[in-house]
Design a protein around this ligand. Structure first.
Ligand SMILES: NC(=O)c1ccc[n+]([C@@H]2O[C@H](COP(=O)([O-])OP(=O)(O)OC[C@H]3O[C@@H](n4cnc5c(N)ncnc54)[C@H](OP(=O)(O)O)[C@@H]3O)[C@@H](O)[C@H]2O)c1
Length: 269
């Protein structure tokens, strides 16, 4: 199959590309680095998205924006989803696969507002679709550490009760779904064990040799309440992946904190 991957260089995008390539698929990566701005709906050097998507069998959207602002998230996911669906319709792409997040029902705020907007557009759109909801990635511990760095003294981490999953396993599932054809809302996919994000970061720091206190704090607002409540862990009917957080920390998928871009020595205290 020829599979377009929007967000191919991201945390889950890289694993999606690897899984698709290993299964013999032909990949078309859509990122700003490869000349596409999906929010503006532009392709490299003036080509239309629809022209580029000619001959594509399925498009997997794992693009994202780093924000907790409701309006910014909604604007990003609305623009990207509209642009992709219109181009897929015009190019005759017959399967749109979107990745969303487990447990966001009733939390139409912060980053999740964009995911709701995305899901609604995909469900009402012109292209047959599959929506997979997954829980927070193990890699979320790395992402949080990078984004919430407060000087060199402490790492503040919001209260969060998750059932995290390796992005590698999400990427593999997305490729299986792309191969299987449009299925509507797919069965949710969660990790194998319940975790507190602050504990995940502490264990990651211990593995990486980082001596820096992790301080847990309550995040206000709908997102904070949802993360603290445990609702983002998903239900008993979800599929459970295999790789635990501790296995992931010891694997090549984890880049030790002190060698990650932007967090070099600053994390070692
Ligand atoms: N992180 C989690 O724990 C988690 C859990 C469940 C679901 N998800 C979902 O998984 C998806 C991917 O998340 P992620 O954390 O893997 O994202 P990420 O690492 O932040 O990667 C985002 C990707 O989107 C691309 N991108 C951003 N803006 C773009 C634009 N205007 N045009 C084209 N490409 C653009 C980026 O490439 P360039 O910068 O080169 O453009 C990059 O490849 C999201 O839909 C997210 O909601 C994430």
């Amino acid at each position: 199959m020829r599979i377009a991957i929007a967000g191919a260089t991201g945390v889950v995008g890289r694993h999606t590309v690897a899984a698709a390539t290993s299964r013999g698929h032909d990949i078309l990566p859509l990122t700003r680095g490869t000349g596409f701005d999906l929010e503006r709906g532009t392709g490299p050097t003036g080509t239309s998205l629809a022209a580029v998507l000619a001959g594509v069998d399925a498009l997997v959207d794992v693009s994202s924006v780093q924000t907790t602002a409701t309006a910014r998230s909604r604007d990003f996911f609305t623009a990207v989803t509209r642009n992709l669906l219109a181009a897929e319709r015009d190019a005759g792409v017959e399967h749109h696969v979107a990745l969303s997040i487990v447990g966001i029902d009733g939390v139409d705020a912060s980053y999740f507002a964009g995911k709701h907007a995305q899901e609604r557009l995909v469900q009402a759109g012109p292209v047959p679709f599959t929506i997979l909801r997954a829980t927070q990635f193990h890699e979320f511990a790395e992402q949080m550490t990078e984004r919430l760095s407060l000087g060199r003294l402490i790492t503040p981490i919001p209260v969060g009760r998750f059932r995290p999953i390796a992005a590698r396993e999400v990427g593999a599932r997305l490729v299986e779904l792309a191969e299987s054809g449009p299925a509507g809302r797919a069965r949710d996919l969660t990790g194998p064990r319940d975790e507190r994000i602050a504990e995940m970061v502490r264990r990651m720091f211990a593995h990486d040799g980082v001596r820096r206190p992790v301080v847990e704090f309550g995040l206000p607002g709908a997102y904070g309440r949802a993360a603290a409540s445990g609702v983002l862990r998903g239900g008993a009917d979800a599929d459970r992946a295999a790789i635990t957080f501790d296995e992931w920390v010891r694997s090549e998928d984890h880049t030790p904190v002190d060698v990650r871009p932007g967090s070099a020595a600053s994390a070692r205290r």
